[in-house]
Write a protein that binds this ligand. Structure first.
Ligand SMILES: [Cu+2]
Length: 169
């Protein structure tokens, strides 16, 4: 009889022990997800940009961005098939304050210089040559001071659609 009670106590002790494990395993110190640290990025010396024009009189980009102090290596390509006499494209970057409409008018008359008007030289930061379908041209120039600049294609009539912002950060 005494043995039986003893056994019961043992059984009870085991039960209490096993069942009472109020596990607090779900600790809240979950590992921090590796945030892609925004380490101070070193600005590359050269910014390589590409932009292309097509047979539908459009650039594939309306915004280009570089950092101040960078050398800009820009490639203009023509993804279409039309010759430059019919659908020529160039990339002309204007200084701030230059009047795009006035520039466009002057460019229209500059047939001999592929629509780069000599009398607007002061308004041009950089420009490519005129390219036709399948052609391309790469130019290099120093990024101007921080700010937003206009770029356009100066082929007659094109700047209505072929224009955009060149942003120096
Ligand atoms: Cu054009």
């Amino acid at each position: 009889m005494k043995n039986l009670i003893h056994l019961f106590l043992i059984a009870f002790a085991l039960y209490a022990c096993g069942g009472g494990s109020t596990s607090s395993e779900t600790d809240s110190t979950t590992a921090q997800p590796e945030t892609t640290a925004s380490e101070p990025e070193s600005v590359p010396a050269v910014a390589e940009l590409s932009i292309s024009g097509d047979d539908a009189m459009k650039f594939n980009k309306t915004e280009l961005k570089v950092k101040e102090g960078q050398t800009v290596k820009l490639t203009l390509s023509h993804s279409g098939k039309l010759p430059k006499a019919a659908m020529g494209h160039n990339f002309v970057l204007l200084v701030q304050g230059a009047n795009m409409a006035d520039f466009g008018m002057a460019a229209m008359g500059a047939v001999d210089t592929d629509y780069i008007p000599a009398d607007q030289a002061d308004n041009i930061i950089a420009h490519t040559k005129l390219v036709g379908g399948g052609e391309s041209d790469t130019i290099e120039f120093e990024a101007p001071a921080k700010g937003t600049y206009d770029f356009l294609c100066s082929f007659p009539g094109h700047s209505a659609l072929m224009k955009g912002k060149f942003i120096v950060e």
